[in-house]
Ligand binder design. Sequence first.
Ligand code: URA
Ligand code: SF4
Length: 208
Amino acid sequence: MIIMQDDKRIRISNLNELIKSCKKCPLHLNRTNAVVGNGNIDTKIMLIGEAPGRNEDLQGIPFVGSAGKLLDSLLNENNIKRDDVYITNVVKCRPPNNRTPNKEEIDSCLPYLIEEIDIIKPEIILTLGRTAGEAVSLIFDYKWEGLEKERKKPREVMFNGIKIKVFSTYHPAAALYKPELKELLREDIKEANQILKNKHKSLLDFMK
Ligand code: URA
Ligand code: SF4
């Protein structure tokens, strides 16, 4: 067990070194820092955003700007701290003026996200916004049916022998400006957390 955890740590630190010096797509040209995943690598919950923004680029940490603050507060409502989850992005370098990353950039960066999923082995993935939802549908090879539909139907996928439940929800940056989206994001985070809690409660019951 300890060997496996060490293995995880070694793999994530090797991966992060690769990302920090990556020049596979033009986004490396304007970055201050590549933004690697952050949080608990032994977690069961992985959150995936779109791309670093200005604050993230400056600090090299995902979701530290205003969208991140909103995300933190919605997680806190469920007693989830930043250190309880792992947070990363589809692309690791900031697109100029925060534009949506294009297909070439996403394709270049996706192997890093795949490796992160393989290292962390989460039970639940929560994708934030359309870019993340679509990118994850490419990885697990299902047809993306749009955020409205996807958020009502969590996907269950098999990935390298593990079962993962994928929830798609809105991006906290969108929720900052639209109160109705904030409520839906709040509901979705609550539901994902509840499913995880129920599952582990019943597992514990079974082991009694
Ligand atoms: N938006 C994202 O998608 N990711 C971040 O890290 C910050 C803002
Ligand atoms: Fe490399 Fe991804 Fe940064 Fe492009 S966005 S340079 S693929 S780390």
